[in-house]
Design a protein around this ligand. Structure first.
Ligand code: FEO
Length: 168
């Protein structure tokens, strides 16, 4: 079993992962609306991944005999100034998620809940990759600057992302 505080924290993270998915779906829709189908496809893959992250928490909560709380998912932003602005927000969001995971690990260690600590290590590693991908996207778009040609090329390249690829 897990403590009451841990049950609450795991449920909060379940919700936060679903929110991440919702945020990336909002970005996908924004990109579709602005004819960047490659960026939209990339964000849809990212949104799928977040739902999977959420379900890892859902399953873990149940495995520990705790209760899954279904709460409202906050409304994300839906418009950005530019593709770069959206990807910059994705990066700052991933940094925030990393801080949430770190707080969870700290709580697990404080409570000597080593099973939960162990479960969370997958997310610790995943966040390194999430931040790495987000930083790479921001760098690419920053380098493209005002060049429509480069932006189009990056949009095309990123549209080839699939689940299970190197960026998962
Ligand atoms: Fe679930 Fe993007 O981390």
């Amino acid at each position: 079993m897990v403590s009451e505080a841990m049950e609450k924290a795991l449920n909060a993270q379940f919700n936060a992962e679903l929110y991440s998915g919702y945020l990336y779906l909002a970005m996908a829709a924004y990109f579709e609306d602005n004819d960047y189908s490659g960026f939209a496809a990339w964000m849809r893959v990212q949104a799928d991944e977040e739902l999977e992250h959420g379900m890892k928490f859902y399953d873990y909560i149940l495995r520990r005999g705790a209760k899954v709380n279904i709460e409202a998912i906050a409304k994300p932003e839906t418009e950005w100034e530019s593709p770069l602005a959206a990807f910059e927000q994705a990066l700052s969001h991933e940094r925030y998620v990393t801080s949430l995971i770190n707080d969870l690990v700290a709580l697990a260690r404080e409570e000597k809940d080593f099973a939960t600590d162990n479960f969370l290590q997958w997310f610790v590693e995943e966040q390194v990759e999430e931040e790495e991908n987000a930083m790479e996207n921001v760098s690419k778009l920053t380098l493209a600057g005002e060049s429509k040609e480069l932006l189009f090329k990056i949009n095309e390249d990123m549209g080839t992302r699939t689940r299970g690829g190197s960026e998962e």
